[in-house]
Design a protein around this ligand. Structure first.
Ligand code: XIL
Length: 347
């Protein structure tokens, strides 16, 4: 059921659940209704196939989410073997799980500056063969899930870290910056029905990076490149200013394309106290406000980059322990940030 809940319904639901549990608990410990029923757009979570055996993870994900993004098992680091062969076992498992549990699928990521070099190394310098293999890779991967993915992150993180220009990478060295446009052309050929995203991070905290990203987008659109979606990863920290989140989503939304908050986490930088929890909740609310300020047709959705704190890439070695970046705690209980997000979504 995707009925919109009014705020009082959501909170009454929380109180009711507490009462029936016979436990007077703080809101953040209440069993939550269902995020996917509160949101007027798909709410996704990243996943890796090993998590399918985790009963607690599946219970939480099946209850609250209606879209899945493979965290890394549809990336070339897994799909493209050094000998150029393609491996889809893990990606297929995730796609099947999504379909068997009534979830949508978002493909991530066809072309990323940081991966794929080994498999393409034998073609380095041979532009014609490299370009042919580039098309084949994109068409094979996106084509495998044709009609099953709502969208694909076609090119991920093309902008330089500091926003000054664009990343150097093997794709660019062999194809020039045309690698970006060509990726979208091949992705459109492979799966015309999927929304095709240009996906980037730090678009909130680095205005220079957002300007360069939008310059690239405008150039692509001017050239008629089949870019049909904008992904802002939204990896935040509690030191970020909520206003920058709303501003970034509004600026990205000005192009009339679907916008995907594609990888939300809010790092508490190893802290967890009342102040950190409050800041995290304010940022989560700002994300929801930013999306809700978009016209409904542009709300592609929100994807959390992890279900529980312990599922986050930010809490795995080699990173230090102690970060609490997600909206559900290690036991799967909603945190204040989830309640703040849901309250905005519930209107
Ligand atoms: C991360 C995954 O979460 C990790 O498990 C993996 O080891 C590295 O990649 N931007 C992206 C995501 O687009 O694909 C990255 O995900 C996080 C940054």
């Amino acid at each position: 059921m995707s009925a919109r809940f009014h705020r009082r319904t959501v909170l009454a639901g929380l109180a009711g659940l507490a009462a029936c549990d016979g436990r007077a608990e703080s809101p953040s410990a209440l069993a939550f209704a269902a995020l996917k029923d509160v949101a007027p757009f798909p709410v996704g979570v990243c996943a890796e196939s090993g998590q399918l055996a985790d009963i607690g993870w599946r219970a939480l994900v099946d209850r609250h989410f209606d879209r899945l993004t493979p965290e890394f098992e549809m990336k070339s680091e897994v799909v493209l073997r050094p000998d150029g062969g393609l491996v889809f076992d893990a990606g297929d498992r995730l796609a099947s799980y999504a379909e068997q549990t009534g979830k949508r699928l978002h493909g991530h990521a066809l072309i990323w500056y940081s991966q794929g070099a080994e498999g393409f190394a034998p073609l380095d310098g041979d532009r014609a063969r490299f370009a042919a293999a580039y098309r084949t890779y994109i068409v094979e991967v996106a084509g495998r899930y044709r009609g099953r993915a709502d969208g694909w992150d076609v090119v991920n993180e093309p902008v330089a870290e500091d926003g000054e220009g664009f990343r150097d990478c093997h794709w660019r060295r062999n194809l020039g910056m045309a690698y970006v446009e060509q990726a979208f052309v091949h992705a459109a050929e492979a799966d015309p029905s999927a929304v095709r995203f240009l996906n980037e991070y730090n678009l909130e905290s680095l205005p220079a990076k957002r300007r360069t990203f939008l310059r690239l987008l405008e150039d692509l659109l001017r050239r008629g490149a089949p870019v049909t979606g904008i992904g802002t990863q939204t990896h935040l920290s509690i030191e970020d200013d909520p206003a920058t989140v709303r501003t970034a989503i509004a600026e990205l939304g000005a192009y009339g394309l679907p916008v995907h908050v594609s990888e939300l986490d809010i790092s508490t930088q190893g802290r967890w106290d009342a102040g950190a929890e409050r800041k995290q909740a304010r940022l989560a609310a700002a994300v929801a406000e930013g999306i809700m300020a978009l016209p409904p047709a542009q709300r592609y959705g929100l994807t959390l980059w992890g279900a529980r704190d312990r599922d986050s890439w930010l809490t795995r070695p080699p990173r230090p322990p102690g970060d609490r970046p997600m909206l559900f705690d290690d036991q799967g209980a909603p945190k204040s940030a989830l309640e703040a997000l849901a309250t905005v979504l519930a209107g």
